[in-house]
Structure formats: C-alpha cells, structure tokens
Design a protein around this ligand. Sequence first.
Ligand code: FES
Length: 190
Amino acid sequence: MSDGVDSHGGGISAGGSGVACGGEASGTAAEGGADGRRSFLGRLLMAVGLVTGYGYFVTLALRFLYPRNGSSRRWQFLATLSDFPSGTQREFRSPVGHRVLVTRISDAADASSFLALSDVCPHLGCRVHWEPQNNRFFCPCHNGVFDPSGKATAGPPADAGQSLFRYPIRVEGELVLIEVPVEDVRGRTA
Ligand code: FES
C-alpha cells in the first residue's frame, strides 16, 4: 500500500515535476517570443534606416545628374566687356559656392571669347588650378592635366574621358552673364 502511495506520490511528484517542466517550457516559449519580437523590431528598424539612407543618396544622385531646369539655374552678372580684357582671368563664385575660373581668350564681343570652367576635378572632386607656365590646369591629387579649354590630356581624367565642366556665358551689349546653379545637390537654394 505504502508502495502504492509512494508510487502514487511518485506519480504526483512526477506530475509536479511535469507541471514544473511545463512552466519552464512556457517560460522559455515566452522568452523566445520576446526575443523574436525584439529581433523582428531590430530588423524592421534596420530596414527603415537602410531605405531612408539609400533613398536620400538616390535623391542626391538624381538631383546631381538631372538638375531641375528653370528654378535651379539663373543668369548672373559677371563683368562688363571693358572691365574684362582679353588674356585675363578671374575667379567667380556662384551663389551656392561653386568656384568658376573665367578666362577671356579673345577680343570678340560675344560669348565665344569667354571660357568659364569649374575648378572641380571630374575624377574625384579635388580642386584644379591654372599653371600659366605650363599653359594647363593641373589637379595635384592624381596628376590630372587639362588643356586651356578644360579637356583632360593626362592622368585618370584623360583615361576616363572626363573634362572640366564648362559654364554657359552670354553677352548682352556690354554685360557678360554667366549661368550658374542656385540650388546645390541637396536642394538648398542660395
Ligand atoms: S581627383 Fe583630380 S586627378 Fe584624381
């Protein structure tokens, strides 16, 4: 009898143990569920971050490649013809801070006598400078060389067929005008 009780007790004990095991199992399942939710939320936040980050950079890239016409560029006064003699060069800064090197290459009283080039190297964006002794623009970052018209003649820009960006110039009577961006690639206006 006592064996039976013991045995029964053992059964109860075993059942208790079973109940205890069931409690651990459900605790583990609950923790597993919490972990799963945390990892899902983590992945969701990471995905949102990636989409936001990539979206921003894609927007910048598209705006750089396809700038909005009309509102994003405007003609700006540069100089008068008489104040800008042939053979001289001057530096102009656009409303959004782009540096432009403008050279008057002839006495003609029209736009063909002006050359307005960006000083940003098309290779990786370093600043180029004019070397009068060599009659060329030079980029010190990777020895990029450009002729006076901005065409790359040596270094990585020449290998890639990249030239300095040329800004449009217009002459109206005595006035020399240059067309420049008024909105940078981040969409900020001057
Ligand atoms: S950045 Fe000008 S040559 Fe590389």
